[in-house]
Design a protein around this ligand. Structure first.
Ligand code: SF4
Ligand code: SF4
Ligand code: FES
Length: 760
């Protein structure tokens, strides 16, 4: 809140002298002497609104009480936050706020952590002069897929409204009507829906806005709270996991996590925790005999796995063994995985299972706070709002609050803030303001060469910082720990092995005997699904560690039940290189092991001595401290051939885009987020929609090379190139990777809105 941090102002609050930067608001200054001033409409991240008046304080020389949330400090100011006059003022405000407030604390989800309850106990009178009955208002209003509104409880602080406007930049919630009829609702009347809705339940100081997933589930004092890191994407937001009777009931943001989450969570991280107790969890190792899986013991699983590896190395050498270790692993697990396989002479190691190219941006990587300080931001490829949602809030903050210029070569970016949208990097470079001295480049799902061309086109005297919004939470950690065909931990040179692409190609040629896949689902996430399926079918022994029978697990020889992030301890490395703690808050189901425990079991069978826990810990810290040995220009990181830009003559070329709620195990098996999952959509340009005679809402069937996808919902969108059809990546119900990269598909059937089936 300080305008000028260098200039200090002296004042006294409750008799305590203090100095604070000029411009500091009284409500913030009081925190420095640990004096809490009650607030409803004020919030540190939203600023003052001056609506509720509960923050009254007495300022010497001022006849009337003043609001502390919107009064800046002044030199010599003498402030009293607690005396009879202040108490009487607050009591009056609370009496007004409680005029129509229902007496339903015993059944309100906010009970026990409600600011109205707390301040009423602290400042309000125990009685009311009101003789009229309370005005009743709608209760249990379904605002959208995540939030329920109880309007009677609303104190009209408008934090929710201002969150949408100031933080999200998508002002869906508004205050409708006035006075006693005021009501929180969406401006359009449509369901309240964006990637950050759950934050309003934390901002709401009362029980007016509650999460559907947590309603009537628990009292706060019955919850066991653990602080940990969200691993659902590469931002690594700090969060509290609140657990009751072994069930994760909710996650909450960590207010002071300024460096990473800025105090927010996206709805994927917040709500996608219902899979831990899903009945579909695998809880025993499964071994495939013929076409059928049978349950076996862990001892048998380790013995079979070890023998397959030993035999393969004995018969065909270590090059016949490969390992893909995805970003679901902790740093420690990724380190041990590469250690174990390299100890066996196996160099075919890679962390990539999907569309990633690299996860570490090299010497130009910036912090999340740097991102919001950039004068100009270029977004290339995937939408950060879907890849790394809370990182996207930093972009919105830079644009909305600091007037940064946003240039996008990302036709499907869903960020609602003003932007200059262009079609290639040359136009992006030209669109940047000549005065920009600090430029951030945020990218993924695009060829590194395009990023390189952009960087080459930028003036030399400009500070440039790059960010990669990797597909998996700990992609950067896995890469740094040496799950890589050319790099050992800390990017040290290693003997060359095969990368994921080459492993899959070798496997489909019958050259791999054992492929172990940890925390990754290439059958759904790799761009070339047919290649993955051929590769896994041809490999005699495929091991998959997973929580659920994913598309890859179904194709495995041995499926090992794995712990999720709330069930294990370790560390991760987020997109900006921050090492973050993963702390267990849940007991895994009986029979389920962490990937680390699996690797230890395998190492014992193979007779490999793994380093002790302390040595692993030290090695992880050392690896993180090393600078990467590459920058964006490392073309070996490309994993997918650049797609031809020509318009196909006889169909539509398939491209994909990310959606934060798509995905396999954790999202596909979580009933809490069913309503948030994306539709199986096919996105088309207006021109192609005319050519095929389709409009949004129609359904189409696609075919290429004998493979088909049925019943995709057409969505006609601006920004999609002619000749391109865009599918949602990683959607189990309609796998976009059914077609090989760059495949040209034919629209074989069209179902119009009236369900008429038309041959295309
Ligand atoms: S719903 Fe909650 S956050 Fe929104 S205005 Fe009402 S009290 Fe404030
Ligand atoms: S932005 Fe990423 S890390 Fe943060 S809450 Fe969302 S999914 Fe989790
Ligand atoms: S908190 Fe100061 S007016 Fe609301």
């Amino acid at each position: 809140m300080a305008d000028n941090a260098a200039e200090l102002v002296s004042l006294t609050i409750d008799g305590v002298p203090l100095k604070v930067p000029k411009g500091t608001l009284l409500v913030e200054a009081a925190k420095q002497i640990k004096q809490e001033i009650p607030v409803y409409c004020y919030h540190t991240k939203l600023g003052p609104a001056g609506l509720c008046r509960v923050c009254l304080v007495e300022i010497e020389g001022t006849p009337k009480l003043q609001i502390a949330c919107n009064t800046p400090v002044a030199d010599g100011m003498v402030v009293r936050t607690q005396n009879a006059k202040v108490d009487a003022g607050r009591a009056m405000i609370l009496e007004l706020l409680l005029v129509n407030h229902p007496l339903d604390c015993p059944v309100c989800d906010k009970g026990g952590e409600c600011d109205l309850q707390d301040y009423a106990m602290a400042y309000a009178r125990g009685t009311s002069d009101l003789a009229d009955p309370k005005t009743s208002k709608p209760k249990g209003v379904d605002l959208g897929p995540t939030i329920v509104l109880d309007e009677e409880r609303c104190v009209v602080c408008q934090r929710c409204v201002r969150f949408d406007d100031i933080i999200v930049g998508d002002p869906q919630l508004v205050l409708k009507d006035r006075g006693v009829r005021d009501m929180i609702a969406t401006a359009s009347g449509d369901p309240y829906r964006h990637n950050f809705t759950g934050n309003v339940t934390e901002l709401c100081p009362v029980g007016a806005l509650t999460s559907k997933t947590y309603r009537f589930k628990s009292r706060p004092w019955d919850l066991d709270r653990t602080q940990t890191t969200c691993t659902q994407c590469s931002v690594g937001c700090q969060m509290f996991s609140d657990v009751r009777f072994g069930v994760p009931l909710r996650t909450m943001s960590v207010e002071h996590d300024d460096a990473i989450s800025d105090g927010w969570l996206c709805d994927r991280g917040r709500y996608n925790i219902g899979f831990y107790d899903a009945k579909e969890r695998i809880t025993q190792p499964l071994y495939k005999r013929g076409d059928t899986f049978m349950q076996i013991s862990w001892d048998d699983a380790f013995a079979l796995w070890a023998r397959a590896i030993t035999d393969a190395i004995h018969l065909s050498g270590p090059q016949s063994v490969g390992t893909i270790g995805g970003g679901r692993l902790t740093n420690e697990e990724a380190y041990v995985a590469q250690y174990l396989f390299r100890a066996l002479g196996v160099n075919n190691l890679d962390w990539r299972a999907g569309r990633q190219r690299q996860a570490t941006p090299g010497s130009r990587g910036g912090t999340l706070a740097d991102l919001e300080r950039a004068n100009a931001i270029v977004v290339l490829g995937d939408s950060p709002a879907d890849r790394a949602p809370v990182l996207d809030l930093r972009i919105r903050k830079a644009v909305k609050r600091a007037n940064a210029t946003l240039v996008r070569v990302a036709p499907l970016d869903v960020s609602p803030v003003p932007s200059i949208d262009v079609v290639d990097v040359a136009q992006a470079a030209a669109a940047l303001p000549a005065t920009a001295s600090s430029i951030a480049v945020v990218w993924d799902g695009i060829d590194a060469a395009a990023v390189e061309r952009l960087l080459d086109a930028l003036p030399e005297n400009v500070t440039v910082r790059t960010y990669i919004t990797s597909e998996q939470g700990n992609a950067r950690g896995a890469e740094t720990m040496g799950m890589h065909p050319r790099f050992a931990p800390g990017f040290a040179a290693a003997e060359n092995g095969l990368d994921t692409e080459a492993m899959l190609a070798a496997a489909s040629d019958g050259a791999l005997a054992v492929l172990s896949i940890f925390g990754a689902n290439p059958a759904l996430r790799h761009p070339n699904g047919p290649l993955v399926r051929a590769a896994l079918a041809k490999t005699p022994f495929v091991v998959v560690s997973e929580l659920f029978m994913t598309e890859s697990a179904k194709l495995a020889t041995l499926v090992l039940p794995a712990k999720g992030a709330f069930e294990k301890n370790g560390t991760t490395l987020n997109a900006t290189g921050d090492a973050l703690p993963v702390n267990a808050s849940l007991q895994a189901p009986e029979g389920v092991l962490s990937d680390l425990e699996m690797l230890v079991g395998l190492a014992e069978q193979l007779g490999v001595n793994l380093p002790a826990q302390e040595a692993v810990h030290a090695a992880v810290i050392e690896a993180i401290a090393q600078a990467p040995a590459f920058d964006l220009g490392d073309h070996a990181f490309r994993t997918r051939a650049a797609q031809a830009a020509t318009i196909p003559a006889d169909g539509l070329r398939v491209a994909v885009h990310s959606n934060v709620f798509a995905g396999d195990g954790t999202s596909a098996h979580d009933e809490r987020i069913v309503a948030l999952r994306p539709l199986a959509e096919a996105l088309l340009s207006t021109d192609d929609a005319k050519v095929y005679g389709v409009s949004s809402g129609d359904r189409i069937d696609l075919e290429a090379g004998g493979l088909t996808l049925h019943n995709l919902s057409v969505a006609v969108r601006a920004g999609i190139a002619r000749g391109t059809l865009v599918l949602v990546d990683g959607l189990a119900t309609a796998p976009a990777n059914s077609f090989a990269p760059g495949a040209v598909v034919r629209v074989v059937h069209v179902r119009k809105g009236d369900s008429t089936l038309v041959e295309a």
